[in-house]
Design a protein around this ligand. Structure first.
Ligand SMILES: [Zn+2]
Length: 262
């Protein structure tokens, strides 16, 4: 055989224990007779097998490696090929996904809430004293922070009688804020405030206020929440009261109403 082994490049293989030991321990069988089955079993049959990795002296003197710890397999999964793999017969293979073509000329449909157009670019002239002002939770909190009395500051802003209104949702929101906002809760329960009962689903105050001003254009909304302001600006005819420069200000009201704006 033309097999050449370069010594040194190949790690030395463990020495095989000769499997011929069996025949050596057994005395030759007399002619014409067979060894009984029991004797064969008693002698045992030893065949060589390669020691497994980390196995301690599987065959004496064959391995001198230290104990190797097998890393535990975590989250081992059976490997699967995808149904679109080339190795699967073409008849069974899943067909490649067809890409949908983007038709840029198609008209895109989008739901946009409808608002009445009668008050676009116009002031709501139906509003007049006394002004009903829907108060948001954070408007009360920021007023306390700025040490502003709600009713007094509203009148300073509009130069007219103002009735702050608290909806059930806003009241619930203040109550949920807990002990830290007890001052806000006491202000909200002021007898000068009008309480508006809610019949709608849910208790999200922003939705509650938006829904109210969409249906009835007789309110001013008082808030400092940027998102709520943005939502209300989309509804025509609803002025927004906010806090700036330690006083109340109003947007979307004619300039000759109330105090001069900054
Ligand atoms: Zn409500």
């Amino acid at each position: 055989m033309g097999l050449t082994v370069r010594v040194g490049s190949v790690p030395a293989l463990p020495q095989r224990t000769p499997a011929t030991t069996l025949s050596l321990t057994r005395s030759p069988c007399p002619p014409g007779r067979q060894w009984p089955e029991v004797t064969l079993k008693a002698l045992g049959e030893r065949t060589w097998r390669a020691p497994e990795v980390g196995e301690k002296n599987a065959v004496a003197g064959t391995t001198k490696m230290g104990k190797q710890k097998k890393a535990k397999k975590y989250a081992a999964m059976k490997r699967m090929i995808s149904l679109r793999d080339q190795r699967i017969k073409e008849a069974d293979r899943a067909k490649p996904k067809e890409k949908k073509k983007d038709d840029s000329s198609a008209i895109k449909e989008r739901e946009v809430p409808k608002y009445p157009s009668c008050l676009f670019f116009q002031y709501n002239t139906q509003l007049g004293p006394p002004y009903y002002i829907l108060v948001d939770t954070n408007f009360i909190n920021f007023s306390i922070k700025a040490k502003l009395d709600l009713v007094q500051s509203m009148m300073d802003c509009l130069y007219a009688k103002c009735i702050p209104c608290i909806t059930d949702c806003v009241m619930a929101e203040i109550e949920k804020l807990g002990q830290k906002y007890r001052v806000a809760l006491r202000i909200a329960k002021d007898p000068r405030f009008e309480r508006l009962p809610c019949t709608h689903k849910g208790t999200y105050a922003d939705d509650c206020l938006v829904q109210r001003v969409t249906q009835h254009k007789c309110y001013i909304v008082a808030t400092v929440d940027r998102d709520l302001k943005r939502r209300i600006r989309k509804i025509p005819g609803v002025p927004i009261m906010y806090i700036s420069n330690h006083r109340y200000n109003i947007e979307r009201m004619p300039d000759d109403y109330g105090a001069p704006r900054f």
